[in-house]
Design a binder for this molecule. Sequence first.
Ligand code: FES
Ligand code: FES
Length: 165
Amino acid sequence: MKHHINFKVNGDEYSLAVDPWKTLNELLREDLNLTGTKLGCGTGDCGACTVMVDDATVSSCLTLAVSVDGKSVTTVEGLAPSGETLHPIQEAFIKTGAIQCGFCTSGMEMSALHLLNQNPSPSEMEIRKSLSGNLCRCTGYNQIVEAISVAAETMRENEPKEEQR
Ligand code: FES
Ligand code: FES
């Protein structure tokens, strides 16, 4: 029997009936056509399917769609909602050459978003730790770490400054 769920993805509200065994990854890719979120291993090991549910990152391949009832999901498409201006994280990945085949990129960027939301000035070690659940089969880790460091700097510069008294 299908379950009715209400949830948001990238700010848009959805109300859908879903099978109890459907994963969040299937819901996003197959039902909502949000194919920026990838499916790699399907077993929680590679991080290619990483999205945010409320303030936490999850592996969408291991998350049941019914569990996002009442929650807010952010996918890589939500980083650049207008489709015209890229998010500083995406700009930094391009600038530093952190994308090779691109299969890991959306998962890496969602992990980066989660890190930078929590910690605007991460050290290199903190960046590397935050990517411990994301594998890059092209092994471009150094550029990915550099990209996140560059994105952090840009995001700090873009923060509205407190007015000086
Ligand atoms: S596809 Fe989900 S962790 Fe690999
Ligand atoms: S760029 Fe190819 S898997 Fe990371």
